[in-house]
Design a protein around this ligand. Structure first.
Ligand code: ACO
Length: 440
């Protein structure tokens, strides 16, 4: 398959750091787009100090050639290609190839890759019994993570160091089967019979078929709906060192297998501050709709730190401008709802909230703009995806990004286990007290 990008970074003039009257030189470097960094790898050896960066706001944890984001300018590129171009011209499967292998595929490479996805779309038949063990109330993200990990039991070749020679097939298997697992878990949660994938269908159409067909009647695949969901997968396919991807890299650095790393990624994605936000946005809009609020009460609560509320789908660690994915999704949302003739009152509420927030000094001063999750849920509702599956859809989309990051770790000859340090703030030395001498 194609070659991965270079991880080289040109050096610039060293930085000088003065500590306790002594000056230390620290190497500096620049990324492809000129973003400068100071390397502190040798700081503790030289000075005895570590750096402290709660929540990693300013820590570059790796060099990566996959995705570039300029949050100030609202730029997102996969392997150098702007997200806007991919959204308009590419498909999820082609974009997955681009992310994992570094370049857009030739015709032959695309055929081989899609062929591998089709050949690996079925789960091992025994996997079906694992679904039986979950209660019908289980959240599909719990099932997704557990089943991805369980799948690794069926491919013993996965275990052992790296498995680089089998990477292509494992990657294809994971991308293909994550949607089969997702659809099976949905059918199970509704007490519906499992629908097997069909070889004739392309990736996203096949997922919709497995979700919504019945044994006696195939789901009517509308091209607009297939395209809308494919776009959602594509827009979620990677986003550099976010919480779940950093988790995947962390687990991969210990040389755990690809499926174990992906299962860990799913767990990290689940939280409402990350992938779970798409579900939380729609729940918030539903609540506003039900209460009859025009949005102003909710905005007031979101600004009040004691309320425990946030305007879900707003704000981002990197984007201090529009999230470019939100701009694409907002447009797609208007189009798809018109085309399939759905009038969703939640869309009107979302637009009102957006306008109110963008004109409110609280959000303006903090540079809080809509993120990808603000409108994606409304599209998913319109195409019939149930609320509890929203974060699973995000997980299916993010799989190529996780795999590309896993591959980067696997191929780094200088790769070391990820092991951050900490500043200990617990109790000083004290000694063990036998139970009978402790205050009761
Ligand atoms: N509503 C109200 N206030 C907010 C919001 C929000 N959505 N987001 C941030 N703020 C406020 C914070 O309270 C803080 O205010 P302060 O400076 O007065 O204390 C300030 O803006 C900075 O916020 P942080 O929490 O420090 O920003 P951080 O970078 O840590 O968090 C995050 C980013 C988690 C996305 C945050 O904006 C948030 O919780 N948003 C809502 C959840 C959401 O939409 N998550 C999806 C993210 S995108 C993704 O994962 C695909």
């Amino acid at each position: 398959m194609g070659a991965i990008g270079s991880l080289k970074t040109p050096m610039i003039t060293p930085a000088k750091l003065e500590l306790d009257g002594q000056v230390y030189e620290l190497p500096t470097l620049r990324g492809t787009e000129g973003e400068p960094a100071v390397s502190i790898a040798a700081l503790r050896d030289k000075t005895g100090h570590i750096t402290l960066d709660d929540g990693y706001s300013n820590t570059g944890s790796c060099r990566s050639a996959i995705t570039f984001i300029d949050g100030e300018k609202g730029i997102l590129r996969y392997r150098g290609i702007p997200i806007e171009e991919l959204a308009e011209k590419s498909t999820f499967v082609e974009t997955a190839y681009l992310l994992i292998y570094g370049n857009l595929p030739t015709r032959a490479q695309f055929r081989a890759f899609s062929g591998m996805l089709t050949d690996n779309e079925n789960l091992h038949e025994d996997m079906k019994y694992h679904f039986e063990g979950f209660p019908s109330t289980a959240h599909p993200m719990a099932i997704l993570s557990a089943m991805i990990n369980a799948s690794s039991c069926f491919y013993p070749g996965l275990n052992g160091p790296r498995n680089a020679d089998r990477f292509d097939v494992h990657a294809a298997r994971l991308i293909s089967q994550v949607r089969t697992i997702a659809a099976f878990s949905y059918r199970k949660s509704r007490g519906l019979p499992i629908i097997y994938p069909k070889r004739a269908y392309k990736y996203t159409a096949n997922f919709l078929h497995m979700m919504f067909s019945d044994p006696y009647e195939d789901y009517n695949l509308q091209p607009e709906i297939v395209r809308a969901l494919d776009l959602i997968f594509l827009l979620h396919a990677d986003h550099e060192q976010n919480c779940s991807t950093a988790t995947v890299r962390m687990v991969a650095s210990s040389q755990a297998n690809l499926f174990a790393c992906a299962a860990a990624g799913v767990c990290a994605l689940w939280g409402p501050l990350h992938g779970g936000a798409n579900q939380a946005v729609v729940e918030m809009l539903q609540e506003i709709h039900k209460s009859g609020d025009d949005g102003s009460k909710f905005i007031a609560a979101a600004k009040d730190k004691n309320s425990g509320r946030r305007l879900m789908g707003f704000g981002h660690r990197l984007y201090k401008n529009y999230d470019p994915r939100a701009t694409i999704i907002r447009k797609a949302c208007d189009q798809i709802l018109k085309r399939i003739q759905v009038a969703d009152p939640l869309l009107d509420i979302a637009k009102r909230l957006e306008e109110a927030a963008l004109n409110d000094p609280y959000f303006v001063e903090r540079k809080l703009y809509p993120n990808v999750d603000f409108y994606s849920g409304i599209i998913m509702r319109a195409v019939g995806i149930p609320l509890e599956m929203f974060t699973v859809i995000f997980g299916i989309g993010r799989m190529p990004g996780w795999i590309a990051n896993f591959k980067e770790i696997m191929e780094d000859p200088k790769g070391r286990i990820y092991r951050p340090r900490q500043i200990y703030v617990g109790s000083g030395l004290r000694h063990y007290v036998p139970l009978e001498q402790r205050e009761q």
